[in-house]
Design a protein around this ligand. Structure first.
Ligand code: G1P
Length: 289
């Protein structure tokens, strides 16, 4: 099974980051030197993905511009001989074949993924949630693709979370298979604490088979009145194999201020230009607190 396509749902309104997201899509907020969405696309590309569908909504046009050529800026940088900047500006428009589709109505993650049926066709595909940025040695999507190929199964990413967080995410019922791989047998979206199966939620990454589309079409609204992908996957894992991969890496929820600031600091510390002086600045600052 070769996974060549990915779907990135990026239609949410970014309410947890208002007022910053009033006129700027949350996926376009900059993490150090690039918008959040570029990290997600780069992870997909580094995982072997060639075709990417970004599901958007009204007011998200800036994302399309970001992955397009920008002749005015490029001509200016070329005239000024700013070649490395030129290269970084051009690279975002040459990453992959990127397509955009508007969700039109915001009816939940399951509904958004359902819109990708024609794009996906008859192939397995990856899903990368637009808020969840990962820092890892091996791209997290690649870790899932490897497991999906090895076991001939769908795959979801997971890591254990606190009691406080599990009720805000989803909860997986799983059995140990080997090392960091588990067999998934059931799941629940936004569980009440007493209804959770485990403290392992799905965290932002999936490799799915196209069977999921028929299931999504008959999935009624669930938690929050929305059509939940988790509800469709609950059925998918009953009819075909699914594994959970406890991935290596750190996941940041950049859709809220805490996750966004943590990601900003951690990625900035790794940045060639900023890392050195930021480390010194943080040390000095910490001493004065
Ligand atoms: C979504 C998914 C949920 C998952 C979470 C974190 O929820 O529906 O299953 O655990 O992302 O990746 P949301 O954060 O959009 O409410």
């Amino acid at each position: 099974m070769k996974v060549r396509k990915a779907v990135i749902p990026a239609a949410g309104i970014g309410s947890r980051m208002l007022p910053a997201t009033k006129s700027v899509p949350k996926e376009m907020l900059p993490l150090v030197d690039r918008p959040v969405i570029q990290y997600i696309v780069e992870e997909a590309v580094a995982s072997g993905i060639e075709d990417i569908l970004i599901i958007t909504n009204r007011g998200k046009g800036a994302m399309e511009d970001h992955f397009d050529f920008c002749p005015e800026i490029e001509a200016r940088l070329e005239a000024d001989r700013k070649y490395s900047l030129l290269e970084s500006v051009r690279s975002s428009s040459n990453l992959a074949n990127i397509y955009f589709l508007r969700q039109k109505e915001t009816r939940g993650l399951g509904h958004a993924i359902g819109r990708a049926r024609t794009f996906v066709g008859d192939e397995p595909f990856a899903v990368l949630l637009g808020d969840d940025v990962m820092m890892s040695k091996v791209p997290v999507t690649k870790q899932l693709i490897d497991a999906a190929e090895k076991y001939g199964a769908a795959a979801v990413g997971t890591q254990p979370v606190s009691d406080e967080l599990i009720v805000k995410y989803s909860s997986l019922k799983m059995e140990a298979m080997e090392n960091n791989i588990f067999r998934v047998t059931d799941m629940v979206e936004k569980p009440k604490f007493e209804d959770r199966f485990s403290n392992y939620p799905i965290l932002g990454r999936y490799v799915l088979t196209p069977d999921v589309f028929d299931i999504i079409d008959r999935t009624p609204p669930g938690a929050g009145g929305e059509i939940q992908l988790t509800d469709a996957l609950k059925e998918l894992c009953r009819i075909s194999p699914m594994v959970a991969v406890e991935f290596e890496g750190v996941r940041y929820d950049t859709g809220n201020l805490k996750g966004f600031l943590e990601a900003t600091i951690d990625f900035a510390l790794q940045n060639e230009e900023a890392g050195g002086w930021l480390r010194e600045y943080i040390k000095k600052k910490a001493l004065s607190l």
